[in-house]
Design a protein. Structure first.
Length: 240
């Protein structure tokens, strides 16, 4: 498994110093892939100063416009979040998350999302994740610096890589972009058959997204599901 298979994604980071400190955390733990989604300021002198020798991580950092682009080819996406969410969500501690990411990285690229310093990740951004990671902190002082959170998770990934037994992956989930196209197809069909009301969708698609992300279908399974949807869109006449 290449270290480039695991990417750390900072979503809308506000402070360039945190970007530099996160790059240093990656370098400390032997990781190399940093992706920045719509950073407020980058590149920046403060980021370079806080990187302290991890300039190569900053120089190679990929800047993209949204989370969908950041994880389009990923087979697994986990997201950090300190807040409880209305819809039930698979939640992991850092050690379990690191082991899960390390195992999945044998099948293809994986990503770990970190939200903006003040607001975290939106529900729309979380829709791209298969599960949440929550760092156990003192509830009386739960505010954790972005770079510190990155350091904790990178350390756990380092441990998980050392403990991995090298056995091959038995399941290869489909990358995110084909999965997202399936969800768009599903929504179109549900609207077409009148099951989903566009004017009052409530949380149906979000719940279905959670359901199918938990299943982690591979490409063949996605093809089957999309074939079913196409048959619903263009039904064949009944057999005699």
């Amino acid at each position: 498994m290449s270290v480039s298979a695991i990417r750390i994604v900072l979503v809308r980071p506000q402070h360039p110093g945190n970007i530099g400190a996160a790059a240093r955390a990656l370098k400390n733990m032997g990781l190399a892939r940093l992706v920045l989604v719509a950073p407020r300021v980058f590149p920046a002198d403060e980021a370079s100063a806080r990187a302290v020798g991890a300039d190569d991580i900053l120089a190679n950092a990929q800047v993209v416009g949204d989370v969908r682009e950041a994880v389009a080819d990923c087979v697994l996406v986990l997201a950090t979040s300190a807040r409880r969410r209305t819809i039930a969500w698979p939640t992991m501690a850092p050690r379990e998350a690191a082991a899960t990411l390390t195992m999945a990285a044998r099948s293809g690229p994986v990503a770990l999302l970190f939200g903006a310093e003040r607001t975290g990740l939106t529900n729309e951004e979380l829709d791209f994740a298969h599960g949440l990671v929550q760092i156990p902190v003192d509830p009386l002082f739960s505010s954790l610096n972005l770079a510190a959170a990155v350091q904790i998770l990178c350390y756990e990934i380092r441990l998980a890589q050392g403990l991995a037994d090298g056995s091959p992956a038995t399941h290869s989930p489909a990358p995110q972009e084909p999965f997202n196209q399936f969800l768009e197809h599903l929504e179109r069909v549900l609207v077409g058959i009148g099951f989903l009301d566009e004017d009052n969708p409530r949380k149906l698609m979000r719940r279905l997204t959670r359901l199918f992300r938990r299943a982690q279908p591979d490409q063949t399974e996605l093809n089957i599901l999309r074939g079913i949807l196409s048959a619903v869109e263009q039904p064949h006449p009944p057999r005699p």
